[in-house]
Design a protein around this ligand. Structure first.
Ligand code: FES
Ligand SMILES: [Fe+2]
Length: 325
């Protein structure tokens, strides 16, 4: 198993309203710092936080006419990272030092950043929600005392579903590779009667049999779709490595509001808040179960074959994409 690096992939960095015109917001992914702003055109831009001149902390700079001004010698950079003005040499037409910029994707109120200047894959999304009008719940974060690939391996750890989630498998899960960077598992199960409130509500309203379709891209970006009867929960889970082999999940639920009236949209927004509340509790409980868990090929049993296969996928994907430089 490769030691934890920062996957070159997509990260969910916040809601659209977190990024305002003329304001600089700094974010950190593992040890890498980025600064984000919104242009007057509405486009969100991401730069490296280190000035290419002498490495000043650009989060202390300011925005002037949609350009970033370094706090140290006031060099200016445009949204392509090109240096457009050097106050100490105003006659020059900028310089050949470029500030690194990074891809941003904004959709239905969520903002995603790729920490690779040339993304290995486009931002993945649910096939059944493409071209729909969507709203997203407020993203929430869960801290885990386990590496990100241990967390993303969770749905491939088939045997924990009975013990941790009260899910009895109805048949073997279906597993499929999705392009070079994706891996999907689909579970079919029945909920075991228990005192878990969310499961009681689901069972009463929509029946006890359901599916979980869980697709991981780039080892850290997950689209999870859980269905019970007419009820479907779409969830984006983005894992971020942290220091000391820990990780953070940022999770957002999305729902389709295509053609809905204002009142229905409002009702769906309220439902989304309830779903987010229960989902957060679910993940908090799971974070306790995986506290300090380590996964490697040597510790696994033959009954963990799906999980072993997943670890091979992680190794392959990290080998393909490398770590963030
Ligand atoms: S360090 Fe940024 S302009 Fe000199
Ligand atoms: Fe789990």
């Amino acid at each position: 198993m490769l030691t934890p690096v920062t996957p070159r992939s997509w990260y969910l960095i916040g809601k659209s309203k977190d990024f305002k015109v003329g304001k600089i917001k700094q974010i950190t992914i593992h040890n890498h710092e980025f600064i984000i702003t919104r242009q007057t055109t509405g486009t969100v831009v991401a730069w490296s936080n280190r000035c290419p001149h002498m490495g000043a902390d650009l989060s202390r700079g300011k925005i002037h006419n949609d350009e970033l001004v370094c706090p140290f010698h006031a060099w200016r950079f445009n949204d392509k990272g090109e240096c457009t003005h050097i106050p100490a040499d105003p006659e020059s037409l900028g310089c050949n030092r470029k500030l690194k910029t990074y891809p941003i994707y904004e959709m239905f109120g969520l903002v995603f950043l790729n920490n690779s200047r040339k993304p290995n894959f486009d931002l993945p999304f649910f096939d059944d929600l493409k071209e729909k009008m969507l709203i997203a719940g407020k993203p929430f974060k869960i801290q885990q005392d386990a590496a990100w690939y241990v967390v993303s391996a969770n749905a491939f750890d088939v045997s924990h579903f009975i013990h941790v989630h009260n899910r009895i498998p109805l048949k073997d899960p279906e597993i499929e590779e999705i392009g070079d960077y994706g891996k999907r598992i689909k579970h079919y199960y029945r909920i075991k009667p228990s005192n878990v409130i969310a499961d009681k509500i689901l069972g009463t309203l929509f029946g006890r049999e359901g599916t979980l379709e869980y697709t991981v891209y780039g080892s850290n970006y997950i689209l999870a779709k859980s269905s019970f009867g007419r009820f479907t929960n779409h969830m984006i889970i983005v894992l971020q490595p942290e220091a000391d082999g820990k990780s953070t999940s940022t999770i957002a639920l999305v729902t389709d509001v295509t053609g809905n009236s204002f009142a229905t949209k409002l009702a769906k927004r309220i439902l989304l808040s309830f779903q987010s509340f229960f989902t957060k509790r679910f993940f908090e409980a799971e974070a306790k179960e995986i506290l300090g868990v380590k996964v490697n090929h040597n510790s696994l049993h033959s009954s963990d074959s799906v999980l072993k296969d997943y670890l091979d996928y992680v190794d392959r994907v990290l080998g393909l994409q490398g770590s963030h430089a």
